[in-house]
Ligand binder design. Sequence first.
Ligand SMILES: Nc1ncnc2c1ncn2[C@@H]1O[C@H](COP(=O)(O)OP(=O)(O)OP(=O)(O)O)[C@@H](O)[C@H]1O
Length: 261
Amino acid sequence: MHTAIKTHALSVHSEDGTTLLNEVDLNVTVGERVALMGRSGSGKSLLSSCLAGGLSPVLRRTGIVEIQGNPVKNSHVGRIPRVAVVRQDSSEALNPLVRIGPQLMLPLKVSRRNAAPAGGSGQLLKRVLELLEAVGLPDGHRITRSFPAQLSGGQRQRVCIALALACEPEILVADEPTTALDVVSQATVMEALSANIAPSCTLIFVTHDLTVASTLCERAVVMDSGRIVEDKPMHHLIISPDHALSVSLVTEAVRRSEVSA
Ligand SMILES: Nc1ncnc2c1ncn2[C@@H]1O[C@H](COP(=O)(O)OP(=O)(O)OP(=O)(O)O)[C@@H](O)[C@H]1O
């Protein structure tokens, strides 16, 4: 079993020396789908940034981060090789001056150049339209002709998710990618992620919502105050949560399912 992500004694400190991430040890195998959960401020986004890049330059990181065995020396850079990221508001991932179509075609062109057979532009457009439809944007022809500013926030977010899928990443870090979407779009995007992530793609999925997490992820990592407090298979967490925070995640998920039933 190959390791996709490894952190050891990973800590992050603020400018005034406050410990924000505290000695985080995490090993994720290639193809594993891991839900990163915990209450607001527990360190989920900081850990994601250490893995995907984009850690604020004012923060000090210590400890080891490795992606596929390669040390990540600097989590402050915008992007770590082989890792695609979708954030809660990832619209800065889009170039405001380029129409959506060419932006989505670019990663497809690159991946097809690397792997024969080469696809013609008709095939690339077909795949772009498929991805847009998968994330709940069936009017793909209009979307591809639009500039980012001509789309709504929710449409842009779904384009960003389509962009991450078009990159066919080896590792995808999705930090609350559906939080800003309405309930129907959320469900569509979750289905799109489930259907379009390759089995070999390693997923780190940050969410507050255990129900959402359990549809996509087979492993649950729960964080509290910058530490991992529980790390076990998703079905074990649901049946027998140990930490008080895990218990409240399960209780909340049960309560919501009873309300919606
Ligand atoms: N640039 C920063 N400077 C100082 N403190 C920061 C910075 N970024 C994050 N923090 C602090 O680090 C802690 C963890 O933040 P983080 O964003 O990782 O939480 P989170 O678990 O992702 O929360 P949420 O679910 O609300 O997004 C918080 O206390 C936050 O205030």
